[in-house]
Design a protein around this ligand. Structure first.
Ligand code: HEC
Length: 195
């Protein structure tokens, strides 16, 4: 397993560079993995159920209306202060656009996917002027289920295609193929919880 610890220092904080003890890194990975897996499980259960019961168009509405709510509900099940986000370079919802730290990690996973490396995670210590915290990232890859709404629009029903165009006029999250790197779950963990 490749486990990278990357320290990001902003211009304001050039003296913050320190490598955390590996026990801290282990805690970040274990908490991050647990939080990311819980979100994935919650999303997958509800998504599969929604498609099965009422079809992809209904599930699409479900995703856009409940996606964020489900993330907040998942956060409530975790230690206080932990925050989760899903992001991607080719995002559907502009709300999920990556920030500058996430962009670097997306690039990292894109490169490692091209090299066929099975990278499981990435950990960052982010320090900026206001606060300092850890970030755990878990990559998401496209499976058959995901193609329903992130695959080739030509394969989608007219209704689903229309609904997507209406809801997300600048949608970048289509034309994926099985196995593609889709994006990631980011888990922010306050230092007070792990140190
Ligand atoms: C029923 C349709 C549907 C299916 C199936 C689906 N998604 Fe999505 N996905 C969406 C919608 C709609 C959004 C935008 C959600 C929002 O508004 O926050 C989204 C957003 C995302 C995002 C957040 C970044 C962005 O593009 O806004 C990721 C990551 C993602 N999906 C990954 C996946 C993966 C991986 C799968 C398969 C396990 C999957 N999706 C299956 C509809 C779907």
């Amino acid at each position: 397993m490749v486990r990278l610890f990357c320290i990001i220092i902003t211009l304001f904080c050039l003296s913050c560079e320190k490598k955390p003890a590996s026990s801290t890194e282990n805690k970040v990975v274990s908490m991050g993995e647990n939080a990311a897996n819980l979100l994935i499980k919650n999303l997958k259960t509800q998504l599969t159920e929604a498609i099965k019961q009422k079809g992809p168009e209904y599930a699409l509405n479900f995703c856009s209306e409940k996606g964020l709510v489900l993330t907040l509900e998942t956060e409530k099940q975790l230690a206080k202060g932990i925050e989760i986000k899903r992001t991607s370079a080719q995002y559907r919802n502009p709300h999920n656009a990556p920030d500058k730290y996430e962009q670097q990690v997306l690039q990292y996973f894109t490169t490692s996917t091209k090299k066929n490396e099975k990278t499981r995670e990435y950990v960052q210590e982010v320090s900026d002027q206001e606060k300092s915290y850890y970030r755990y990232y878990k990559p998401l890859y496209i499976k058959a289920l995901c193609l329903t709404c992130h695959g080739d629009p030509k394969q989608m029903s007219d209704n689903l295609r229309r609904a997507l165009r209406e809801k997300y006029p600048d949608d970048k999250a289509v034309n994926y193929k099985t196995g593609d790197f889709r994006g990631m779950v980011r888990v922010t963990i306050p230092k007070t919880i792990v140190e």
